[in-house]
Design a protein around this ligand. Structure first.
Ligand code: TYD
Length: 213
């Protein structure tokens, strides 16, 4: 089983990925659960993570291909083997991040680029998540959370409008894949978000497809 958490920076995905992975482990056993993330969730991926997150690439397309390359290695080395063994993979970001951040956020890039990326992902054979949990929050609230942590953050660099476009991008993707997507109001208290997640996960695990116990 393959579960993905998505959302703009500051939506709380990373905390919820850790919590929901622990919760799933308490049901199916910790040896059956793999919590991972993109970019950089594979042995050697830290170098790509550094390169792409340092933000000094000149071309958005370099960014795009690096995220895709990172994903290919991550799938091949980490995600696909775990799914094949009947485990549950919980991934903090996946293909929708590239679609929302690198493509749909860009007013100068048309729909053909989105079609290209979706087609490319199919050709590569990237596995499709069974569920994508979209933790939705406004850029203002997300920024307030990140500012409260006291460090410089991506809002300082990219600006609020960029994240508005990324959020709208997620909404667009959700419209075309709504059977696999669940939108959760991430402005709620973290415990509430977690409760909602657990309810969805309970029914997914109840269906039991693809889990070896
Ligand atoms: P990270 O420090 O992991 O932040 P977060 O906890 O918000 O995920 O950095 C990931 C950043 O990389 C985030 O700004 C989103 C961006 N990103 C893309 O732009 N495209 C992608 O395909 C992926 C996986 C991430």
């Amino acid at each position: 089983m393959f579960i993905v958490l998505e959302g703009i920076d500051g939506c709380g995905k990373t905390t919820q990925t850790a919590r929901i992975s622990e919760y799933i482990a308490s049901i199916v056993g910790s040896d059956k659960v793999l919590a991972t993330r993109e970019p950089g969730g594979w042995d050697g991926g830290e170098a790509i993570r550094e390169l792409v997150l340092r933000g000094n690439l000149s071309s958005m397309w370099s960014e795009f291909f690096l995220f895709m390359m990172d994903r290919c290695e991550h799938v091949c080395r980490v995600i696909a083997p775990a799914i094949l063994c009947g485990g549950v993979v919980v991934c903090d970001r996946y293909s929708p991040s590239t679609l929302a951040y690198q493509i749909l956020s860009r007013p100068d890039v048309g729909d053909a680029a989105a079609e290209y990326m979706i087609g490319l992902s199919d050709v590569i054979g990237l596995p499709k998540p069974d569920r994508v949990f979209f933790l939705d929050i406004s850029p203002d609230e997300a920024r307030a959370r990140l500012d409260a942590r006291g460090n410089a953050n991506s809002f300082d660099v990219r600006g609020r409008e960029y994240f508005e476009r990324v959020r709208a991008g997620y909404e667009r993707i959700m419209k075309t894949s709504s059977d696999r997507w669940v939108k959760i109001d991430a402005a709620s208290a973290p415990d509430e978000v977690f409760d909602i997640l657990t309810r969805h996960v309970d029914s997914l695990i109840g269906e039991g497809e693809g889990i070896n116990r």
